[in-house]
Design a binder for this molecule. Structure first.
Ligand SMILES: *Cc1c(COP(=O)(O)O)cnc(C)c1O
Ligand code: SF4
Length: 342
């Protein structure tokens, strides 16, 4: 398939197509409701909740939603709702205690052998359930020249074998910035794996352009790309073309999802997601229980219900299509697997 991106590659400066799509995301609740032919009763709560965490959704993602359906599982992930304004006990601003794990500016060191670099606070989409909706990126992101200290810290710590580029979304950075970042990592002998955590790849498929593919192919490490897809309906049209391009890099492709009430909280929905991912060369990795960030309580699924879902997926699917059900517990040595008590 010849994409618009590769077609126009010689006409545009690098990255310009996706950067334009990024900038053209819908940020006005009225425009989103109008695009989906939804009633005006959604407008006032959407505008109020968007004041706490702005609406942002790329047009490609909106095109995968069903018009006139307020329960659409893709819409639910991005539409600000009045429920977000309800304070709920136990839901706060740093639910997973990230602020205590900085080894250098923007470098989070929670687990052995791997470290996570917050490359940018920006994402193409704003997910309403995001635990980073209250993240103080100004203090912690390693962006704009502040990578130097984080990279020096990785270089000085031989226990770090894998560096995870996260954010925000590392694919909000241009190919040139990504390349500059990885060039500065190339001298670090103990680093053997590079991982990217990205939702932009799915919500903004034009981001997976020829320059990005060339960059991934040029990397000297084992590369793993962990996507973030919550529902099979996200995997259509240009998103599938992006996955096909990603497969040509030879990177290991995994997916993490968040278990979200009203989006994907049943076994059939998640089994369809696993099968669809597999069809397109991606294996499920984690199914996260919600991080209890302020404004997201309406998305929470009880742990007992989550276990029922996993049990039912386990009997329906081959083992490699069942994601690990995990929760982030501050202070734990890894993500914590949730298993049924014997
Ligand atoms: C989730 C996470 C990782 C990666 O954990 P894996 O189990 O290796 O996927 C690394 N660092 C931080 C800070 C994380 O939150
Ligand atoms: S893409 Fe990831 S980091 Fe960005 S808003 Fe969504 S969940 Fe949060």
């Amino acid at each position: 398939m010849i994409t618009a991106t590769s077609n126009t590659r010689h006409l545009n400066p690098p990255d310009s197509t996706w950067q334009q799509h990024f900038a053209e995301a819908i940020t006005d609740p009225a425009e989103l409701l109008c695009a989906l032919d939804l009633g005006s009763e959604w407008l006032a709560p959407a505008e109020a909740a968007a004041k706490l965490f702005p609406l942002r959704v790329p047009r490609s993602f909106v095109a995968r939603m069903r018009p006139r359906d307020p329960a659409d599982p893709l819409l639910r992930q991005v539409l600000p709702l009045g429920e977000e304004l309800i304070e709920t006990v136990g839901f706060g601003s740093d639910p997973i205690g990230e602020s205590g794990y900085q080894q250098a500016p923007g470098l989070l060191r929670k687990y052995s052998s791997r470290a996570l670099l917050v490359t940018t606070g920006a994402c193409a989409v704003h997910c309403r359930y995001c635990f980073r909706r209250e993240f103080p990126y100004e203090d912690q992101q390693a962006e704009t020249g502040r990578w130097r200290e984080a990279i020096a810290s990785v270089a000085a710590d031989p226990s770090i074998e894998e560096l995870i580029l996260s954010g925000g979304d590392p694919l909000s950075l241009s190919n040139a910035r990504l390349n500059a970042l990885t060039n500065s990592l190339k001298g670090i002998a103990h680093l053997n794996s590079l991982r990217l955590h990205s939702r932009n790849a799915i919500v903004l498929p034009s981001r997976i352009d020829a320059g990005f593919i060339d960059w991934v192919r040029s990397l000297p490490w084992r590369v793993t790309i962990v996507l973030h897809v919550n529902h099979a309906q996200e995997l259509q049209g240009d998103a599938l073309e992006a996955l096909a391009r990603l497969r040509t890099t030879g990177a290991l492709l995994l997916n993490q999802s968040v278990l979200l009430r009203g989006v994907n909280d049943d076994a059939a929905t998640l089994a369809t997601l696993s099968r669809t991912l597999h069809t397109h060369g991606v294996l499920p990795y984690y199914l996260h229980l919600l991080d209890r960030v302020r404004g997201s309580a309406h998305f929470e699924v009880r742990e007992s219900r989550a276990l029922e879902i996993i049990e039912s997926m386990t009997s329906a699917l081959p083992g490699y299509l069942v994601p690990k059900l995990v929760r982030e517990i501050p202070g734990a040595a890894s993500k914590t697997m949730i298993v049924a008590r014997a």
